[in-house]
Design a protein around this ligand. Structure first.
Ligand code: ZN
Length: 361
């Protein structure tokens, strides 16, 4: 996802109004009732950690579509000599992620960002002195606007304190430490030139006893998506090119484009077989079926937008459309960006089009 969503539109609508819906989503996402969570709160982590393959752990958020507390999935390749962490979630979660990851590996040897959005790279400054790897466009964007990641931290910490989630109070204390230290965090702390390695179309990363391939298949979700392929363990980590069970966030300002997003999905699909473990940017870990579902989702949405354009529907109307078969997906707030963005991509007359406001997920 992307930063402006949290920073602008959603924070103004008020956390309390969203918390009831989020509680429902927590149950769906985590498979636990609120009562079950309450019983486990004292001894559970804030993130839901899942070992998806030997030594490979994914930190899932339990926050559903509560955008104040949005956080992309993070993946940890544990290694006593120094682990690999893929994505740092949003700024308020960085210290908590670091603390909880230490249960598997005391030291993070490298942090890879799948893209520049706030809920994947916002926590980077919490991993100070850790070498970073990201796409060159990701570094460029973070150097330009990394500090936006710490806007409204006080509001978000208040939301965290009010959240009925395991480990939320400890997480709020972790976030407060960062908030109180903001004056010491330099504007380039999200992608410092002296410890950031940039990647282009393909590169190899040897770390934690593994050899991983980093791919960029052109603009998809953003202009700086990095997909991590672990051929030996048969794992693909797709970042936000893959949403599982959520409406995809379509960040036109960040480089999103449905044609090339579909191209990226097709290229990722080629890396997979029926046994591949697929880690999406948001939603539960699964298999290649989630790639096929998202591909179908995009194809159907593009077809519906093209039909609407042919029928002469104005952009404002198209931006309010959705497909009934996906009514159970969360993150409905992303729909106007998706439909409006695809409209702009295909409409022959764009003079009346209003590009969607970038929000950063
Ligand atoms: Zn994103």
């Amino acid at each position: 996802m992307n930063s402006d969503l949290s920073r602008e539109g959603f924070s103004r609508r008020g956390f309390l109004a969203r918390s009831a819906g989020a509680a429902v989503a927590f149950g769906l996402a985590g498979g636990l009732t609120r009562r079950a969570w309450a019983g486990r709160r004292a001894d559970t982590t804030f993130f839901e950690w899942k070992e998806i393959s030997k030594g490979v752990h994914v930190a899932l958020n339990r926050t559903g579509d509560n955008l104040s507390l949005a956080g992309g999935n993070s993946t940890l390749y544990a290694d006593p000599a120094g682990a690999l962490l893929i994505d740092a979630k949003q700024a308020i979660f960085g210290n908590t992620l670091k603390r909880e990851a230490a249960a598997y590996s005391p030291k993070i040897a490298r942090l890879v960002n799948t893209h520049h959005h706030f809920d994947h790279s916002g926590g980077n400054p919490c991993f100070d002195a850790t070498p970073l790897t990201m796409h060159a466009n990701c570094q460029k964007r973070l150097l330009e606007s990394g500090q936006s990641n710490v806007a409204q931290m006080d509001t978000k910490i208040a939301a965290l304190k009010a959240a009925d989630l395991p480990g939320a109070q400890d997480a709020a204390a972790d976030a407060t430490k960062l908030f109180e230290n903001l004056a010491n965090i330099h504007a380039d702390a999200w992608a410092p030139k002296d410890r950031t390695t940039t990647t282009g179309e393909t590169s190899t990363l040897k770390i934690a006893g593994r050899t991983l391939t980093l791919h960029h298949f052109g603009p998809g979700h953003t202009d700086n998506d990095v997909i991590i392929h672990d051929a030996d363990a048969n794992i693909v980590i797709g970042g936000d090119v893959i949403f599982n069970g959520l409406h995809p966030y379509f960040d036109v300002a960040g480089g999103a484009n449905s044609t090339s997003w579909l191209h990226s999905l097709a290229e990722i699909r080629k890396l997979c077989n029926d046994k591949t473990i697929v880690v999406p940017g948001h939603g539960p870990v699964g298999d290649v079926a989630m790639i096929d579902r998202l591909t179908e989702y995009f194809n159907k949405t593009v077809a519906a937008v093209k039909d609407a354009i042919k029928a002469g529907k104005p952009r404002d109307e198209v931006a309010k459309m959705s497909l009934p078969e996906y009514k159970d997906y969360i993150l409905a707030a992303a729909l106007p960006y998706l439909w409006g963005g695809i409209y702009d991509e295909y409409a022959s007359t764009k003079k009346d089009a209003k590009p969607g406001t970038s929000y950063g997920s």
